[in-house]
Design a protein around this ligand. Sequence first.
Ligand code: SAM
Length: 252
Amino acid sequence: MKDAADELARSFGYEMVDPAEKATKVRQVFDRVAARYDLMNDLMSGGVHRLWKDALVDWLAPRKGLTHLDVAGGTGDVAFRIMDRVGGEAAIAVCDINHAMLEVGRDRAIDRGLVHGLSWVTGDAMALPFKDKSVDSYTIAFGIRNVTHIDRALGEAYRVLKPGGRFLCLEFSRLIIPQLRPIYDQYSLRMIPAMGKLVAGDAESYRYLVESIRRFPDQKTFAGLIGRAGFDLVKLRNLSGGIAAIHSGWRL
Ligand code: SAM
């Protein structure tokens, strides 16, 4: 399992890089895609990413008054959903390493009239600018595969959660229906970079996104990494035949 985390630290999509360079390269990708990120998400997934994010928030079942941290929160999709569920009665921090993504999120929040309860924090999942045992719940959606040292990010999630706190991760995963493989390969390796080129004028960034999905550990391996970080009661749910999966764990 250590090998899975080490390999991820050295991979930038299919390219092997010095782990020290990976964060810069990832940041450059999200600088480039920020303005078109939401549009591309809808186009690439046919809107299905919305259902997956709904499933994440369903499983979280947030309650009014909670203190929540959404890491790699980007343009705010998960935070907005949680806020909607609790009728605006929560303190939610959206933390992302990329300022450009957070700026798009902040503008979206203002457009939605969401000015109270949300904070936008620039920070790295591997060194979170939050105190020990300070949040009730933690989510990370489509973020952890971009982080250089996945074990450090999981360790940080554990550190900031209060005892009794909940960790949930939504991430692309491995197909559990082999018959879908040819269509999935064709779509992800050819169509997505082509769409990236057409809509965002940037095939390379979208090629990275697809390749990074394939580099990410499978459901069981990732569940093992979550357990090694100290979480208990680790469970997972596959979405759309394993195209994505949600992992859950508790800090007891
Ligand atoms: N969670 C959002 C969503 O589901 O729409 C955004 C997901 S986007 C694919 C990945 C995000 O991870 C980007 O906003 C990127 O800046 C952020 N990210 C990458 N590496 C990070 C790190 N080390 N710490 C925090 N955020 C990071």
